[in-house]
Design a protein around this ligand. Structure first.
Ligand SMILES: NC(=O)C1=CN([C@@H]2O[C@H](COP(=O)(O)OP(=O)(O)OC[C@H]3O[C@@H](n4cnc5c(N)ncnc54)[C@H](O)[C@@H]3O)[C@@H](O)[C@H]2O)[C@@H](O)CC1
Ligand SMILES: [K+]
Length: 470
């Protein structure tokens, strides 16, 4: 059975909102779906809802409205003013105005009798051991003789691993969209499992969005220089601008330290582009120095501004085998079939580059190549395709202005910066989205005729827009 982790669900939730399907709609569908399952099984009877302060409680508030002929009472675990989200608060206020019996519980749980107890305490937002009144409530619920229904996840169960210490022992769990992996592992506490569709279009699951960026972008309050990513950018054999664009894109996407490695003859030219660049001489034959250097970097980004030639191809092959090379972004001439085991890799070909090395860029073939090379492929195009051979995401940001030279170099840098602190798949997806969004911001200001430098400068704005989206 296909599952969805709580983290993937959180990304999907943000992306749904971004694509216009609001969380309020999803909550309405969840609560209504839950009520449907109850009405199917029970005649009107006494229901007690244990509701937490997050959206799991919100689902239960909606459900109460649809249990029209039931005698419903709500135990709120905390103060109503502490309800965490606007949408849960809104649904709570409706119940209040409608005159439902509601008790705010701080430390003592009142005696109650019920035919059904609804556990709307915690769902995918649970973190760590149950605290305070939540732990007590689980014990009280488990002692009760009522039929126990868990909303989305039995409270106390880790939705991803299926582990628990103290957990609601449900007779029925009504989960939403897709089962969370932990539900399939803990059948004892889950009881009967029902999956309710809440109206998320299938394609939304595979569309890159703001949620991808929120997932990968990290800023540490107490960070020292380097914690947000140290990147080595290697290329510039033939063209000088490409490596500069990539290196600056790393910075604009949040990296702390970027070193640009180019052949001796163009070192000064590249350095003259910007005081932000730290440019070092690249000697393709001195692999031991490069190995030593790579100790300091999270990621190497290779291939920009290099015309395909045998010497560079051989160099890439040897470079990837170096002990200290752990994560790489391979662009343009660095794209290769030979990725050694143990190297995490993102490749960023456009259709032509893909074809040259791997054959036709059909979805099936791109997935096959990703699987065979054990890498993530970000195939650039009107709609970008990101795949690790199992999962696929599509990215639709960007516009026809982005066919201008250099936009791919910027993308490689953004991917490198995200990759420093994240896994390959999500870094690739988020970078495609950000790069295209930066292009869309350029379009808002200038129409189609912008350059890669314009794009570069909009990377921080694009990321800021994503992070500010709630
Ligand atoms: N797209 C989605 O993700 C959807 C989510 N929905 C519902 O929303 C739920 C997730 O909502 P939230 O993210 O608000 O999370 P929860 O409602 O699961 O929990 C949120 C709050 O519980 C508290 N908490 C966390 N761990 C705790 C612990 N160990 N002890 C005591 N308190 C703890 C935290 O203060 C946190 O803010 C889902 O399980 C589902 O029921 C639905 O509305 C449908 C759509
Ligand atoms: K629950």
């Amino acid at each position: 059975m296909e599952t969805i982790t709580s983290e993937e669900m959180a990304v999907l939730d943000i992306n749904c909102e971004y694509f216009g399907l609001s969380r309020l709609q999803l909550m309405e569908n969840a609560g209504r779906g839950l009520a449907e399952e109850i009405i199917k099984r029970f005649k009107p009877c006494k229901v007690v809802i244990f509701a937490g302060l997050g959206n799991n409680g919100g689902d239960a508030f909606v459900c109460a409205r649809f249990l029209r002929n039931f005698d419903v009472e709500v135990f709120l675990l905390g103060r109503s003013k502490d309800i965490k989200t606007e949408i849960a608060k809104r649904n709570f206020d409706i119940l209040k105005k409608a005159g439902y019996k509601i008790t705010e519980i701080r430390d003592k749980i009142p005696e109650f009798e019920a035919d059904i107890v609804i556990d709307g305490m915690l769902g995918t937002g649970v973190r760590g051991k149950l605290r305070g009144i939540y732990a007590k409530s689980v014990e009280v619920i488990n002692e009760s003789k009522a039929f126990k229904i868990a909303v989305d996840v039995p409270t106390g169960l880790n939705p991803d691993t299926g582990e628990f210490e103290l957990c609601v022992k449900a007779d029925l769990t009504v989960t939403f969209h897709k089962p969370k992996p932990g539900l399939l592992k803990a059948k004892d506490v889950v009881g009967e499992l029902v999956v309710k569709d809440i109206g998320i279009p299938k394609s939304f699951e595979n569309l890159a969005g703001v949620g991808d960026v929120k997932k990968v972008y990290k800023r540490f309050e107490s960070g020292h220089k380097g914690v947000h990513g140290r990147i080595a950018v290697i290329g510039g054999i033939g063209y000088t601008g490409a490596v500069a664009l990539t290196s600056l894109a790393c910075y604009y996407a949040g990296a702390d330290l970027v070193t640009t490695l180019v052949p001796k003859d163009i070192k000064n030219v590249v350095a003259s582009f910007s005081p932000n660049l730290i440019v070092r001489e690249l000697d393709l034959c001195d692999l031991s120095s490069l190995n030593e250097l790579m100790k300091k970097y999270h990621v190497a980004v290779l291939g920009m501004g290099v015309e395909r030639n045998d010497e560079f191809t051989d160099f890439v092959e040897e470079f990837l085998k170096l002990e200290n090379v752990k994560k790489v972004v391979l662009d343009a001439s660095a794209i290769t079939k030979d990725i050694p085991e143990g190297v995490e890799c993102i490749m960023t070909p456009h259709a032509g580059e893909f074809r040259k090395v791997f054959g036709e860029p059909t979805i099936e073939n791109v997935m096959k190549v990703a699987k065979e090379t054990n890498s993530v492929i970000l195939l650039k195009g009107r709609e970008d395709v990101i795949t690790d051979g199992e999962r696929v995401r599509f990215n639709r940001t960007g516009n026809a202005g982005m066919t201008v030279g250099g936009t791919g170099d910027v993308l490689a840098g953004v991917a490198g910066a995200f990759f420093a602190l994240n896994d390959a798949f999500w870094s690739a997806s988020a970078s495609a989205f950000v790069n295209g969004l930066a292009g869309d911001i350029c379009f808002e200001e200038k129409g189609y005729n912008f350059t890669a430098v314009d794009l570069l400068e909009k990377i921080p704005i694009a990321i800021k827009r994503c992070l500010e989206f709630v």
